[in-house]
Structures are given as C-alpha cells and as structure tokens.
Design a protein around this ligand. Sequence first.
Ligand code: C5J
Length: 222
Amino acid sequence: MPTIAAEPYAYTFPKGKLALVIIDMQRDFVEPGGFGATLGNDVTRLTAIVPALQRLLAAFRAAGLPVIHTKECHRPDLSDCPPAKLARGNPSLKIGDAGPMGRILVAGEPGSEIIDELVPIAGEIVIEKPGKGAFYATEFGARLEQLGATHLVVTGVTTEVCVQTTMREANDRGYECLLVEDCTESYFPAFKQAALEMIRAQGAIVGWTARSDAVIATIAAR
Ligand code: C5J
C-alpha cells in the first residue's frame, strides 16, 4: 500500500480510497471584513498556508484523485442557523448582517466563496455546511460513500474548530484521517499546535499529521 511519512507513525492507504478535503478556505475566514474578522481575529495569519495548499491541490488533481471543498455558510433566511450561533461572541457584525463582502456567512454572498487561489474546478464536490463539522446536516458522508473514499487528507481552516471537528466526526465514522500540518492554520498558533498534538496523541487517536511535501511525494509516485 502507498505510505506517507507521518506522525505518530506512517500513514498507509489503499489505492483508490484517498480523497482531499479542504475545509472552509473562504473569503469570510481569510479576508478582512468577513466572519473571522468580526469576531476580532487577525485574519492575515491564515493566508500563509495558501501556497502549500495550492501545491497539494495540484498534486491531487494531477493524480486524478477526488477533491472535496467545504464552505461554512447559512441559507439566506438563516433557518439553518441556531439562535445560539447567531448571538455567540458579541461580534461587530452578526451572521446575516451586511458587510463589505456581502451578508456575513450567507451562501451565495461574495464572502462565502472559496478564495480565488483554491477555487473548485469542474467535477470537484462543494459541501455547504451550517455547522463546524462537515458531516452535520450535509451530504458529505453520502458523497464520501459514493466516491468509495475511506482515507481523508484533511486541510483548511481553522485547525481547532472546523478542521478538528470534521476529523473527529470522520474518525467516529471509521475514516482514517491525515491532517496536513502546513496546509491548516488557526488564528491562534498555540491552538493549532495543541490540535496537532491532540489528534496524533495516543497512537493517532483521532488521526495522523504530516507535512505537505511528504503527502505530495507519495501521491506523485503512485
Ligand atoms: C470557525 C471554521 N472558526 N471554519 N469556522 O468558526 O473553523
């Protein structure tokens, strides 16, 4: 089986079972004026991963492997946004309010779109999710089953929120997950580091972590 150098030990996957999952690389999280910024975060931290993520995405595309993008966003009438989520954090602009990139975290608005550098191409799956985890109230699980994917290379933002939640949901459903260290980022460096360590602790209790170069080397050699 193909093997990727990873922590806490080598990650193996059967051919034809691997998919790339890119979590929430949306303008609302990485650009000023979006959801991340309204919560008081320094969003510029997140763009550092874009070049590595572009290289990883290109490797999956070149190998003809499936790619799934997710977007955290809500219906325009906010019927899928729990009142608790709407009120949480006392943000300067709430979900659904008009901001510089359209209504905050609402599907179809410019802020909800994936950044230009990583924009999905024809054939790639895009999942709109109302929660932090990609499985909750979406067709993500069904699409993975259709693809026959059992092994997920997970990337995106933010490490300790939507990325980690999705990995935990996937892990409980029996998926083997690998988090790409230089293709995920947090507004809080300490939270990213803690999430990486939590995931791979106790013999990969949630999953593995690896650098993008190691993933690309294995994908390209298949
Ligand atoms: C957050 C996410 N942080 N994509 N969403 O609210 O991690």
